[in-house]
Write a protein that binds this ligand. Sequence first.
Ligand code: NAD
Length: 497
Amino acid sequence: MVQQTDIDAAVRDSHIPAAKHWIGGKQVDASDGNVMANTSPIDGKPLGALARGTHEDIDRAVASARAAYEDGRWSGMAPAARKKILHRVADLIEQHLVELAVLGVRDNGTEISMALKAEPGSASATFRYYAETCDKVNGDIAPTPPGTLGLVHRESVGVVGAIVPWNFPLMIGAWKLAPALAMGNSVVLKPAEVASLSLLRLVELCHEAGLPDGVLNVVTGEGRAVGEALGLHNDVDVLLFTGSGGVGRRLLEYSARSNLKRVYLELGGKSASVVFDDYGNLGKAAKVSAGGIFRDSGQVCVAGSRLLVQRSIYEPFLDALKTEAEAMIVGNPLDLRTTAGAIASETQCGSILAKIDRAQSDGARMVTGGGRILSETGGTYIAPTIFADVDPRSDLAQEEVFGPVVGVIPFDDEDQAVALANSTVYGLAAGVWTDNLSRAHRMVRALKAGVVHVNTYGGPDVTVPLTGHGQSGNGSDKSMHALEKVTKLKTAWMALD
Ligand code: NAD
């Protein structure tokens, strides 16, 4: 059990990674020597710096990944040997758990109580899961007629580009890296500008674990320079992305303008949780729903940002939700007692506040919160905010806020709840609160979402896929299904005469 003294010691001893990329197994400067400032959202103070990547840096990183792939130093290694190295990565993540969590928290502001589990905790579990796939994924023998043999090989794809967002960089980074590496690919990773540090440390640990030089390369810097260069590169075979829909669209465009690389998108959501009046524990539904939107100050792709509540329990539920929101401990993310940390950047903070203003002018009723708090810290904090009586067509009900803001909407019956829940362009996650088993199954079938929680919200582990429906994306992270993105099939058709 991690104690506050462990956190404080890790902050005191913490080493900030150098402002360099990782290319060919070495830490290197940006081609033009430029660096960019990095600040902590905890207090707005400088926190190290990052190499400001260029097109040339991406060219170098992709060339390094390609050379490593073609000479077989990793792609040609015995699967059991690859597995050993990936397990060693997981061991090292566990040994450096507090250090990695603290570094990430200082960089993006997630509260440490959540980060310990969701960041290095989840990253080590992900590396272990995919380490085990190295020597367990087989090809197929097809049921062909006599005189023929059809073998279906599953092969690595080559060079995988990965672009990740600022929320949960270690967890989401591991969702991309571990399956890609397990299948023998080489990788070029581009972390988000505001949350690169813990990934730079992870890459150092991967090398310490024995990953050969050049197999995993990292280029830091701005999306429009580095991300675009990776998206447009003709020698990248597959692009794995988590982030906003706007950037996702650009990546599809980059693919069309370059080598038609496969592009997999994990995008945003406007996930609805439906609370029926037959659910016996209103207090639990309110508490878990509050956690589902206010933990990490709402900067969670699957955040339950819409709550649809049956009219007969609407006001009591709102009261319970308000109590839970006001009981959230917002503030210093490095304090183990904090339950909602900082907003990752000033830009994101401004965007959330503008959406709160818009919800008010659209006529939604503010129940609690609604503004920036703790400004004296120099950090970026917003009070957990509840809007009731939200118009289902308004921006608050339709567009992602990616902050601690929930819209509550009443409904009368199951059909209306389904229609409201399915009324956005997204389809990432959903929730149902009911004690009626048949209703639970009907709702799971009816809701357009990649994951439907029943009588809970959040927590699906690496064994199950996260799949965006609608404009929440394509392909899946996690589970054996993620391997489809980083492998390709090849048929051998043989005559046996
Ligand atoms: P973002 O789209 O702004 O940035 C994501 C990454 O793309 C960053 O590394 C950024 O530098 C890069 N990028 C920016 N412009 C680019 C360009 N023109 N070309 C190539 N790359 C570019 O997203 P964000 O603000 O970092 O993250 C928040 C978003 O991510 C939210 O929409 C959230 O819902 C989504 N998200 C989705 C999931 C999921 O699994 N579906 C998980 C976490 C976050």
